[in-house]
Design a protein around this ligand. Structure first.
Ligand SMILES: [Zn+2]
Length: 395
């Protein structure tokens, strides 16, 4: 007779939380190791090395992993902890391990702790978040599983718009019940319940080369056209409404005495609601199509895109569960709006209740002053763990 195992009751949240309370030294040891590996988004070897370290952590804790390889960017890693409470839709603990820093950054400023703050490339954005996610998974595995299966997802390319991992994130979130994205907690200690969307574009303008002295009138200046378009693009910005357009890079021309045959720019659009995106993109299309200088034409390419994190009813409810879980630890947490984009926009856009910035508190991300408040690692891990238990109780 085959006995179909009826799983044991889920791990008591207190047991998980008590174990996490003891883990700060181990969390810091793992954090130091992964911060001290350069892992810029385009550094596949480095990003994969950080992934290997996390895979080893999971193996040491008896947690199964699967990897999704990629030829260009780092592989995506999934860690699986079976549920034991009867629910079958997994709860997703997500994060990225790429950073914005070039190879050599670790040698210049390796991991260090000073006055309660940890420093180093990617320390809060978001290696500390990955570390606490890993410990929450380990805790639930150790004590018999969570009410629902837990799925850790460690991605490799968030800082460049997740070109490889976006479909994996969306597919995983479609199946999931809730997402905790452990980007750094705000300096205030709050988490992020809304984020702007972003579209990153390149515009190429083609003109006609001509000698600027000999036959100027034969030329069509792509730079001249670009100048008109930049003014028009920037005019879309509406600070009050939360819409910004920034032409952040320009290139063009051939020589000082040539009417410019080519010019290009890179454009960054940020917005709050999908309607705003539609309207702004329609206006941008008009600007691209306009022949500001006779004989020129332009084309636009979308190079990358993040969806906004819009708080729907499901995310609101999830936030309530998280708030209550943090309150059990004596921590008051509110939700904030952030202008920066993140992978949480993708999970929210496919309809999965999502919280962002559930990682340890930190600040000054993307700069050499980036820091993480050491004393927040354990409480933030406990908060996620208790929220997972809270979700389970709600069936
Ligand atoms: Zn990040």
């Amino acid at each position: 007779m085959k006995v179909i195992s009826v799983s044991a009751a889920p791990a008591p949240a207190d047991q998980v939380s008590d174990w996490l309370a003891e883990q700060q030294p181990a969390m810091l040891a793992l954090l130091e190791e992964v911060v001290n590996i350069d892992s810029g988004s385009y550094d596949k070897a480095g990003v994969d090395a950080v992934g290997e370290r996390f895979k080893r952590f999971f193996a040491e804790h008896g947690i199964e992993t699967t990897t999704i390889p990629d030829e260009t960017y780092g592989e995506a890693i999934k860690a699986h902890v079976a549920g034991s409470g009867g629910a079958n839709k997994p709860i997703l603990l997500m994060g990225h391990r790429d950073t914005v820093f070039p190879r050599g950054e670790v040698a210049r400023r390796p991991f260090r702790i000073e006055n309660g703050r940890a420093y180093g490339p990617g320390v809060c954005d978001m290696k500390a978040g990955l570390v606490i996610n890993a410990f929450v998974l380990a805790a639930y595995h150790k004590f018999g599983g969570a009410p629902a299966p837990l799925l850790g997802l460690i991605t490799s390319d968030e800082e460049i718009g997740s070109p490889a991992c976006r479909p994996i994130i969306e597919e995983t979130a479609r199946e999931a019940r809730a997402v905790f994205n452990s980007e750094p907690g705000r300096p205030s200690g709050n988490i992020v319940t809304g984020r702007k969307g972003g579209v990153f574009m390149q515009m190429n303008i083609h003109g006609k080369a001509a000698h600027s002295g000999g036959n100027f009138a034969q030329g069509a200046s792509a730079i001249g056209a670009l100048a008109h378009k930049i003014i028009a693009l920037h005019a879309i910005t509406d600070i009050e409404a939360g819409i910004t357009v920034n032409v952040g890079l320009i290139r063009g021309g051939q020589s000082v005495n040539t009417v410019a045959p080519l010019a290009e720019c890179e454009i960054d659009l940020r917005y709050i609601t999908p309607d705003q995106r539609e309207a702004a993109m329609a206006r941008i299309a008009e600007i691209v199509a306009a022949e500001d200088v006779a004989g020129t034409r332009a084309e636009l390419m979308i190079k990358g895109e993040f969806h906004p994190l819009v708080q729907d009813d499901g995310s609101k409810e999830l936030f309530g569960v998280y708030q209550k879980a943090m309150a059990e630890n004596g921590v008051t947490v509110e939700g904030e709006f952030a202008g920066g984009c993140a992978d949480s926009g993708f999970t929210a856009s496919v309809g999965c209740p999502t919280l962002c910035a559930t990682g340890p508190v930190g600040g000054k991300a993307h700069s050499p002053e980036e820091y993480m408040e050491v004393e927040t690692m354990v409480p933030r891990a406990q908060g996620i763990a208790r929220a997972i238990a809270g979700l389970g109780a709600r069936g």
